[in-house]
Design a protein around this ligand. Structure first.
Ligand code: SAM
Length: 237
């Protein structure tokens, strides 16, 4: 899928996205919980870049726990960003957010951020070089030792572990009432549209983007997450 097609998919998914994600809440809860502690040493007035934040789950989690922090929300899907803005207004933290409808490339020059989150976004970049450049673009928006926390689907497609996780994942999505062909359908969609790579490969893609030895701190099903500090030396990319 190219960027426009992906944007159209998320525009379409936006109305039901939060409700759909609720079903996976336990998978994400541990991720958010640790995110809070990974970033807890940042200054009281830290600036956080949230890239591809959809309806704003990670933003809401952090904004509720760190009342002095401000956020730059980067999201190409207009419908997703509107849902995120509504959530920020309802929960009372919209005044601490700068909403940018678009990509990192079009984000105006703003002060460097102390940290960035990027959850379930880079997995849609099928070309590893493009994916590395995406992480590099995030690195360039961070202060020199800024922290990236990134999460993506990851696995060695076709391995025994992959087959076993796929069965569990699809059963979980359908609340155990798995329709015929669901397993094959999910596998086919992921093979076509998701860069499902072994966790070690995702780690080196992040590293090549300009981050120091990413640490994998989380796995729940296919969801894997890493944190890493921006390398001091950065070239223009
Ligand atoms: C699967 S959703 C994840 C949303 C949210 N981070 C979460 O974990 O619930 C992926 C989001 O990334 C956005 N996205 C896709 N490509 C992007 C890119 N190159 N830069 C920023 N956001 C992107 C999509 O519009 C979509 O809202």
């Amino acid at each position: 899928m190219n960027q426009d097609e992906l944007k159209a998919v998320f525009d379409q998914q936006a109305p039901g996205y939060e409700r759909q994600q609720q079903r996976l809440a336990p998978v994400h809860d541990g991720l958010y919980f640790q995110l809070q502690w990974i970033l807890s040493g940042l200054p009281r007035s830290a600036r956080i870049l949230c890239v591809g934040l959809g309806a704003g789950a990670e933003l809401s989690y952090l904004a509720g726990r760190f009342p002095g922090w401000s956020f730059t929300a980067v999201e190409p899907s207009e419908a997703m960003l509107s849902a995120c803005r509504r959530r920020a207004e309802t929960e009372g933290f919209a005044s601490r957010c700068m909403f940018h409808e678009g990509y990192l490339e079009s984000l105006p020059d703003v002060e460097p951020h102390d940290a960035a989150t990027c959850f379930m976004v880079s997995q849609f970049m099928l070309d590893p070089e493009v994916r590395s450049r995406f992480f590099h673009a995030i690195a360039m928006r961070l202060r020199t030792d800024g922290i990236l926390v990134s999460a993506d689907l990851a696995s060695e497609v076709g391995s025994i572990e992959y087959q076993a996780l796929l069965r569990t994942w699809v059963t979980m999505l359908h609340a155990a009432d798995v329709p015929p062909g669901a397993l094959e359908k999910t596998h086919a969609a992921w093979t076509k549209d998701v860069a499902m790579l072994p966790p070690g490969e995702v780690k080196s893609i992040i590293e090549r983007g300009g981050f120091d030895r990413p640490v994998q701190f989380y796995q729940a099903g296919f969801v894997h997450a890493w944190f890493a500090r921006r390398l001091v030396q950065q070239d223009a990319g």
